[in-house]
Design a protein around this ligand. Structure first.
Ligand code: F6P
Length: 324
């Protein structure tokens, strides 16, 4: 391996810049070249490349977003798109790819590897934490802190007005953000796709909450929750059935994807970036680097794509206890 291409793909997440920095600098450290590929796979198809050296990544460790920009490329899902991307890589003498992204990005990398036998290493970067083979994805910790900080503010106004707030958080089909931020922010109930608590139990819990003397409540709902109602329908439903509640909705949205990465995400990004480059230098390919039990480990990319990340069920029990 003499020249590595690095790209960020899919939804951005805080810590991606720290990972780019680590990949670029680990390449420089090991005396290999590094090329930044802009706008993910789309930039690979369009030949949007830039040489990077250790100084190209100064002062980005603390920045949210991604200096390489990101995209969800439709063209890369086509054979022609991937053919063009491969041609561009060869023309630029790029030998291997480091893909920083989520499940969709890894799937793209896997297909590309199958078609062209091109070495690919994945670094999990998404706020959703929904990737098999790592306990933490880049940006997840920062997103949790953002969500908790915002819910703390919502709590102030909820308590002043004796209101119930439904706070919808991101996470796609996974409930990691909702569950962990929900506990961290002291939510009364947490609705996640992995556990269908049912509308009756929700009403029952809210009734009990009121009877026990609580004047305001926070219910965190994951965007992928399968309770069968969206957050606004849920508000109407609760107001109809429990008229004693004055309900408001707050959808946190993309603010969860931005902001200064936490120290945890920066350290994780640095460790994963170095490992990604060194894995390629060892002649290995088709792996995702991840963190399990505080060790950086490799998981075959295919397994990372096909495996299902699990929520910690124990957290549901903990939440039930601490929210009475
Ligand atoms: O995967 C990250 C994520 O922020 C999800 O939580 C969310 O469902 C999705 O991306 C939103 O995607 P977009 O930014 O394309 O609207």
């Amino acid at each position: 391996i003499k020249k590595i291409g690095v790209l960020t793909s899919g939804g951005d997440s805080p810590g991606m810049n720290a990972a780019i920095r680590a990949v670029v600098r680990a390449s420089a450290f090991h005396n290999i070249e590094c090329i930044g590929i802009y706008r993910g796979y789309q930039g690979m198809i369009e030949g949007d490349f830039k040489e990077m050296n250790a100084r190209s990544v100064n002062n980005i460790i603390n920045k949210g977003g991604t200096i390489l920009k990101s995209a969800r490329s439709k063209d890369f899902m086509t054979k022609e798109g991937r053919k063009q991307a491969h041609k561009n890589l060869l023309e630029n003498n790029i030998d291997a790819l480091v893909v920083i992204g989520g499940n969709g990005s890894f799937t793209g990398g896997l297909i590309f590897n199958e078609e062209y036998d091109f070495p690919v290493i994945g670094i999990p970067g998404t706020i959703d934490n929904d990737i098999y083979g790592t306990s933490f994805t880049l940006g997840y910790d920062t997103a949790l802190n953002t969500v908790v900080e915002v819910i703390d503010k919502i709590r102030d106004t909820a308590s002043s007005h004796n209101r119930l707030f439904f706070v919808e958080v991101m996470g796609r089909d996974a409930g990691h953000i909702a569950l962990n931020a929900g506990i961290g922010a002291g939510a009364e109930e947490i609705l996640i796709p992995e556990e269908d608590m049912g509308l009756d139990r929700l009403l029952d819990s809210l009734r009990k909450s009121k009877a026990s003397g609580k004047s305001s409540s926070i219910v965190v709902i994951a965007e992928g929750d399968k309770i069968g109602k969206n957050v606004f329908e849920l508000k109407d439903y609760v107001e109809e059935n429990l008229p004693e509640y004055d309900v408001r909705v707050s959808i946190l949205g993309h603010m969860q994807r931005g902001g200064t990465p936490s120290c945890f995400d920066r350290v994780l990004a640095s460790r994963l970036g170095v490992k990604a480059v060194e894995t390629l230098l060892e002649g290995k390919s088709n792996y995702m680097v991840g963190l399990l039990k505080d060790e950086i480990v490799l998981t075959p990319l295919e397994q990372a794509v096909k495996g299902k990340s699990q929520i910690e069920k124990e957290l549901i029990r903990v939440s039930d206890i601490v929210s009475i």
